[in-house]
Ligand binder design. Structure first.
Ligand code: AMP
Length: 192
């Protein structure tokens, strides 16, 4: 199963992706996590990426797509994946189609987690306390939301036009949201 998880910052997409990974035994491919690892490693690419991430802007398509392509080349991807954080714009969505076509693993499903913008700020403030992410400051979050609206929201339309998109209400408990996603994937509790 090859699933793309979409949603604004604070929509809970990372949390749901991690739960799906546990549940379905698929690799979790998060471009945000790949970038944070690069930052931690102190590489030149990581240092360049850090200043962009901390401003809430998108790292260049070239860097992120190369990073993703390398990850998609690893053996564990053969059985499917949960992709979280990519594509962030329509150009990336098109690149993803090409990359997945090349490895014979086209996306089966794109799930967009819908969330009331009013809830986002509170959720991110909570995560900032729990995880200490350097891009969870108020100013950066505001910018990330603007970038999302301008560049990432059209990605949902891209998948909708291809008949691959399902929207899920991202409100309620984490477990309730997970069950909604599993039912879209026709995986009911205890199925696996
Ligand atoms: P995330 O963990 O998905 O919220 O990503 C955190 C930050 O990493 C984003 O705000 C971007 O700066 C950067 N990032 C993650 N994925 C991408 C991507 N696909 N394209 C560009 N930048 C990305």
């Amino acid at each position: 199963m090859r699933i793309v998880i979409l949603g604004s910052p604070g929509s809970g997409k990372g949390t749901q992706a991690a739960l799906l990974v546990e549940r379905l035994g698929l690799p979790h491919i998060s471009t945000g996590a790949l970038l944070r690892d690069a930052v931690k490693s102190g590489s030149e690419l990581g240092l360049r990426a850090k200043s962009i991430i901390d401003k809430g802007e998108l790292v260049s398509d070239e860097i992120v797509s190369a990073m993703l392509e390398e990850r998609l080349g690893q053996a564990d991807v053969a059985g499917g994946f949960i992709l979280d954080g990519y594509p962030r714009n329509v150009a990336q969505a098109k690149s993803l189609d090409v990359m997945l076509e090349r490895i014979g693993q086209p996306a089966d499903e794109a799930i967009h987690i819908d969330i009331d913008p009013e809830l986002i700020v509170a959720r991110i403030a909570k995560r900032a306390k729990e995880e200490g992410r350097s891009d969870d400051t108020e100013e950066t979050v505001r910018n990330r939301l603007r970038v999302y609206e301008e560049q990432t929201a059209p990605v949902a339309d891209y998948y909708a036009e291809r008949g691959l998109l399902t929207r899920v209400l991202g409100e309620g408990t984490i477990e309730e949201i997970l069950q909604r996603i599993l039912s879209i994937l026709s995986l009911n509790p205890g199925d696996d």
